[in-house]
Design a protein around this ligand. Sequence first.
Ligand code: FAD
Length: 424
Amino acid sequence: MIQPGRQSLRKIAVVGRGTAGSLAAACVAHLHPDLDCELHHIYDSGIPVIGVGEGSWPSLVQQLQQLTGLPQTAVQKRLHGTRKYGVTFEGWGRCDQDFTHHFTPKNRSYAYHLSADLLANLLHEGTRAQHIDAKVLNITKVEDGAQVEFDNLPPECYDLVFDARGFPRELDPDQHIDISFIPTNTAIIRRCPAILKPKQGKPVLQHTFTRAVARPHGWIFVIPLTAHTSYGYIFNRNVSSLAEVESDFDAFLEKDGMSEFEHRSVIPFPNFVHRHMYDGAVARIGNAAAFMEPLEATAIVSAQLQIGMVLHTRLNRPAEHLERDAPVVNRFLVNNSLCYGLFVGWHYSCGSSYNSEFWHQACEKAWPRYRKAADPEVVNCTALRKFDEMIGLLNQPAFRDVDWKRVCAVPLASYIQISRGLGC
Ligand SMILES: Cc1cc2nc3c(=O)[nH]c(=O)nc-3n(C[C@H](O)[C@H](O)[C@H](O)COP(=O)(O)OP(=O)(O)OC[C@H]3O[C@@H](n4cnc5c(N)ncnc54)[C@H](O)[C@@H]3O)c2cc1C
């Protein structure tokens, strides 16, 4: 296949070796296997990766098969994975009943619950790249490409740089859209023994779901892997103290029959979308591009889209279109992340079975700010209009064929399931 942009992609850098950087390096190596394209994979081994990110969406199953050349069962085993068919919500909304958000088609489409560390290792195995362990100070667009400045090495120029350096240190309103209508900002991660174990080395084929359990201070995820079960309490440190949350976490695990657990980490996080994800030479991806709490596991699937869009346009469009293409791609990616943000924030709009300070703040204070935060005049994209259209469709008595094709980050089928489950 003729790829008119290929000539302008001779030297590529990926900065960061977390899930997003590892995926980007693997995609570049896969799409660009000729030996005359240089790929530098740069990371600072002194800066740890986040290392959580254990839920995914179905598109990852196919992509990992393509990137590794391994059958799905082999990939699943390598990841200590289970098959995720959706998310079950316990105690959310005003209906007082548990419900499930299935991937569609229901009970056929599945993703992985996976170990983030093992995913990075699996991706590195098939990636031909020069590895550079160094701290990057700056990545800037220059004439004909991007320049990477290092702490202790001379600067280097590239045709394209993927910036996968993780969360920004602080949010800057000129750079970041603040989406704190999502009311949480901290996670406590614990690890418990596996509930599901492979028998005779065979992968676990039974259907599994991420559990999202509402609690007085937020919610708890439960992710079953074959080596351990991952638990995370997601809350707001400005509303609840760490001690209060730890205590409720203990009570929950005891009720869940988990008498032993390992403390893993406490992770503060921002909820934001970067306004400048792609300028033609520098592509921010993963947690450097956008982040929102993990209620619908939107991070890896967003990184897949960011990497895919950038590589696809750079390879398949002639270089002279670059300056015109970049803002279009950027707007599409910002819009998509903001749509995910609105979808995730909406889950809090009907409260939960708890009448606590956290749920009062989430429902009455945080969520109502979404219209101002996503105002098209401020964010320069149409996410709010798309979201409003989805909510409008939910109020119609019947759906037309064309409606089922509508997507606002996720398809109409997802909006219907959440709306019925929450009772809104
Ligand atoms: C509690 C929690 C649960 C989550 N659950 C899910 C989930 O279920 N599903 C999902 O899809 N996502 C989930 N995520 C999101 C998850 O964080 C991301 O999917 C994933 O880890 C992407 O991270 P990253 O690669 O962008 O950044 P990181 O993992 O932070 O990696 C950053 C990399 O950049 C390098 N680096 C940083 N600064 C420099 C520098 N100056 N110079 C050189 N190198 C540098 C670091 O060494 C590191 O290699 C969760 C996140 C949290 C906080």
